[in-house]
Structures are given as structure tokens and as C-alpha cells.
Design a binder for this molecule. Structure first.
Ligand code: SAH
Ligand code: SF4
Ligand code: F3S
Length: 448
């Protein structure tokens, strides 16, 4: 690798561009906080920054190619290139290659090493390119600045990494082994977020329900207990968590849905396929039946719970009949919303070299049919909500004056007109349903 010899000007402004999952968004915010602590300001809207962090995702197709084209396009108003850092999962997977192929990149930093970004920047301004894709256990969180984010909704990473090794997935390689952040650190960060204005916290993890720790009394705690503890924070009104794995679900978490008012009636639980042979080949270690039974338990404690999932069509060897099992599972569950993807062979994963890779046109056709069912159920769920009253947490202004946008407890987007402020919890009646949002009518003024 050729070191860059020209020293660079110290950046005054930064921009973090995050792709991929919510954890990447969280990481992006934390990198921003680190840079802000060093006196670098967020770049004004519409202006290119002196330092751009591309916080990348490697989960599907052509992720790396997109990074190279983004790098090529970056240009400041005066025609010069900003200082470029590549972070996130592509950085982890292909760091060395990026350094070789893209001379304009000064820094490559993996998801477990980004707390070192300021040091790397010091080197970069001296003209030394730096790569850091180490995976030190937990060190990152200890050396991040205290949170200052001001927003009614906030993410809080509680668990990171994955030991499941689903045969199609890069995450165990890019994020490393499962680790849980300590209980007291999480309670502390949750208090800070609420002090700064958060009314809803979403607990994040690649397998968030694999979180485990010890509570203040030294007792073993799982995600259910952690949720109860965070629910005791005054001023915090809503708790969500994502993404769960069917095999890490425990009784306390299911019970929390029945006993905690602050835990929202929503569960994102990916299943990927409704066919047991495919699930086995994916190394999911659960069956369609065990997944359905698990959802039943949630519905028993919280009958109005909205269910969401992830699906992959066209996994190697998937037959038409096996694909139809996935459609049947969807018919049985009736998801309120869901995410679905064509299988994408990821370099280095076992599935990428399996026989019987499915033709792209077959995948497209299956995805089309699957999404038609999911859309049908999403619309039905929204229509069935009409007439209900619920609280909406106001997140932002709508397009027209006097219009506000927020989320229902079931994570539907709701817009309404009237007196409100960002951060209010407003009681509305849901009066009209569209496929992706609902219209609400104001019932009472904001609650506190
Ligand atoms: N940890 C979570 C999800 C992580 S990735 C879980 O296991 O549930 C988010 C989603 O991307 C996965 O649920 C899966 O549906 C999809 N995905 C992951 N790897 C993929 C691949 N190689 N091709 C297509 N979709 C993929
Ligand atoms: Fe990927 Fe499977 Fe881990 Fe989810 S559980 S991150 S799909 S390996
Ligand atoms: Fe993408 Fe990495 Fe998240 S691959 S989905 S950014 S864990």
C-alpha cells in the first residue's frame, strides 16, 4: 500500500453517510459525536464536508462496487476531494482492497474500531493513510464520548455481533462474535438519552434478544429484565427492540410484552423461509412450526401485537414447492409489514458455493409474488386500524404547514393536522388508511 505523502488541511466540517441497518445508523451518529468532540462541525445541508465518512453495508449485492462509485463521485464545491474515511461492514470485509484500489481514501475503519477514528484522522492530516479493522472486545463503547443526541427517538446498541452463522450471511464476519454491553452502562446511556429529550428508545443488536448481563444486584438478566429496568426511567414513554432471533427468545421477554406498558406492541422476528429443508440449509436451527408457535405465545400475552419479519427468496436449491411453503407461512402469520430480499451470494459464505443457485429471473418472479402477499397483509393491517385511538409520537413536520408525522404504537407512520410539537405524544383517532401510512384526527392536546 502506498502512503499518501501530501499533508491535508485539518477538516472543519464532517458528514457521515450511513447505509444498511439501524446499528449502522447508530454507529454513524456515534462517529459524528466523536468528530464533534474534536471540534469538527456537521457540514451544512447541501454542502459537501471537508471529511466524509462512508459508513457502508455489505449485506447484499454489489455493496463494494457502490462504495467505489461513491468515492469517485465525492467532490467539494471547489472541485477538490474531501478527506474520505470508509467505515462499516464493507470496510471490515474489504479494507485492504479499498486502500489499494482507491488512493483517495485516507482511512478504513471497521465497525469495532471506529472509536479510534480521531487518532486515525490525526495521522491522515499528516499524510499517513490508516486502516483499523481490529475487533477488540467491547473497548469501543468505553472510549466513546457521553451521548448528547437530542431527539424524541433514539437508538441504543445493547448487543453486537453474531455467532449464528446462517449460511448466506456476512454479519458474523463483519461484526464479529456476539458481545453484550454491561447493564449499568446501558442504564446510564438510556438516562442520558432521556435527559436529552428521548421519549422512545429502540434497543439494538444483531441478535438483540441474545443480550445478557448482570443487574445491579448481580442477578443474571436478559433483554426482558433490561426492558423492565429501562421502563422505570421517568420521561421515557416507549421502548422497542430489534432485531431478534427466534432461537434466543426467552420467557421474560415474551412476558414483558404483557406486563410493560412502555414496551410497544411490535415484534420484528425474521424467519427467512417457511420450508424446513431450506431453513436447515440456511443453518437457521428453527423450523417453520417452532417459529409459528413462538409468535402464538406473543399473541397470547399481547393480542394486538404487530408482527414483522425478513424473507429471502431463491436460496440455493429452493424449489417452487419450498417457496410456496413460505407463502403459506405468510398467509398464516399475516404480518403488519415485512422485508423481503432476493438471495445474494456473499463472498466467503457457505451458501455462495452451494449447488443449484437459482436463476435471477426465477428469484425476481418469486419476490414479486411474495411481496404481493406481504402488501396485501400490510394494507389489511392498516385498514383494520381505522377507528382505533392511539398515541402518536411526533417525530417531524409534514409537507404542509400544520401537518405532523409520527409513529403509532404498531410502528405505522401516522400524519395529522393541528397543534403539536416534535416530541409530543398525541392522542389521535386513526381515520384513514393508505398502504404505507395512516391519517389521524387529533383527540386531545399533547400529554405533558
Ligand atoms: N440478525 C438479523 C438480521 C440481519 S441481516 C436476523 O438474523 O434476523 C437483515 C436481513 O438481511 C436478514 O434477516 C435477511 O433476510 C437478509 N439477508 C442477509 N443476508 C442475505 C443475503 N446473502 N441475501 C439476501 N438477503 C440477505
Ligand atoms: Fe446473519 Fe443469521 Fe446472524 Fe442474522 S442470525 S446476523 S441472518 S448470521
Ligand atoms: Fe449491513 Fe453490516 Fe448492518 S452488513 S445490515 S451494516 S451489520
Amino acid at each position: 500500500m502506498k502512503p499518501q505523502t501530501l499533508p491535508l488541511n485539518r477538516p472543519k466540517t464532517y458528514r457521515v453517510k450511513s447505509f444498511g441497518c439501524q446499528m449502522n445508523v447508530y454507529d454513524g451518529e456515534r462517529m459524528g459525536e466523536l468528530l464533534a468532540e474534536k471540534g469538527i462541525a456537521p457540514a451544512p445541508e447541501g454542502e459537501e464536508a471537508d471529511l466524509v465518512v462512508l459508513n457502508t453495508c455489505h449485506i447484499r449485492e454489489k455493496a463494494a462496487e457502490k462504495v467505489y462509485s461513491d468515492i469517485g463521485r465525492l467532490k467539494k464545491e471547489d472541485g477538490t476531494k474531501p478527506i474520505i474515511a470508509v467505515a462499516g461492514c464493507v470496510a471490515q470485509a474489504e479494507g485492504e482492497e479499498i486502500m489499494e484500489r482507491a488512493p483517495s481514501v485516507s482511512m478504513v475503519v471497521g465497525p469495532q474500531a471506529y472509536h479510534r477514528l480521531p487518532d486515525m484522522l490525526d495521522k491522515a492530516v499528516k499524510g499517513q493513510r490508516a486502516t483499523d479493522t481490529d475487533m477488540p472486545a467491547i473497548a469501543k463503547f468505553d472510549s466513546l464520548p457521553k451521548r448528547k443526541k437530542r431527539s424524541p427517538t433514539a437508538f441504543l446498541t445493547v448487543q453486537e455481533g453474531c455467532d449464528k452463522f446462517c449460511t448466506y450471511c456476512v454479519v458474523p464476519y463483519t461484526r464479529g462474535a456476539e458481545i453484550s454491553r454491561p447493564y449499568s452502562d446501558l442504564i446510564d446511556e438510556a438516562y442520558r438519552l432521556v435527559d436529552a429529550g428521548a421519549r422512545e428508545i429502540t434497543l439494538l443488536g444483531q441478535n438483540v434478544n441474545a443480550w445478557s448481563g448482570e443487574d445491579a444486584n448481580g442477578r443474571r438478566a436478559g433483554l426482558g429484565e433490561l426492558i423492565h429496568a429501562i421502563a422505570r426511567i421517568d420521561g421515557l414513554e416507549r421502548i422497542r427492540y430489534t432485531t431478534s432471533h427466534p432461537n434466543d427468545m426467552d420467557d421474560a421477554l415474551i412476558e414483558a410484552h404483557g406486563s410493560s406498558d412502555k414496551l410497544m406492541p411490535y415484534l420484528h422476528l425474521p424467519v427467512q423461509s417457511g420450508n424446513d429443508r431450506v431453513l436447515k440449509a440456511m443453518n437457521r436451527a428453527h423450523t417453520a412450526e417452532s417459529y409459528l408457535r413462538l409468535l402464538e405465545r406473543f399473541r397470547t400475552v399481547r393480542p394486538d401485537i404487530a408482527l414483522s419479519g425478513d424473507f429471502i427468496v431463491g436460496f440455493p436449491g429452493e424449489t417452487e414447492a419450498e417457496f410456496e411453503d413460505t407463502l403459506s407461512l405468510i398467509d398464516e402469520v399475516r404480518y403488519s409489514q415485512a422485508f423481503s430480499f432476493k438471495y445474494s451470494p456473499r463472498p466467503g459464505t457457505p451458501a455462495a458455493t452451494m449447488d443449484n443457485q437459482i436463476a435471477p429471473e426465477v428469484m425476481s418472479e418469486r419476490l414479486h409474488r411474495l411481496q404481493a402477499r406481504l402488501n396485501r397483509d400490510q394494507i389489511a393491517f392498516n385498514e383494520a386500524s381505522v377507528g382505533k385511538t392511539c398515541q402518536v409520537l411526533v417525530e417531524r413536520k409534514g409537507k404542509h404547514p400544520g401537518q405532523w408525522l409520527g409513529k403509532s404504537p404498531w410502528l405505522q407512520s401516522v400524519w395529522f393536522e393541528g397543534e403539536a410539537q416534535i416530541g409530543d405524544l398525541i392522542e389521535v383517532e386513526l381515520v384513514e388508511a393508505g398502504p404505507n401510512s395512516l391519517k389521524g384526527a387529533l383527540l386531545t392536546p399533547a400529554i405533558a
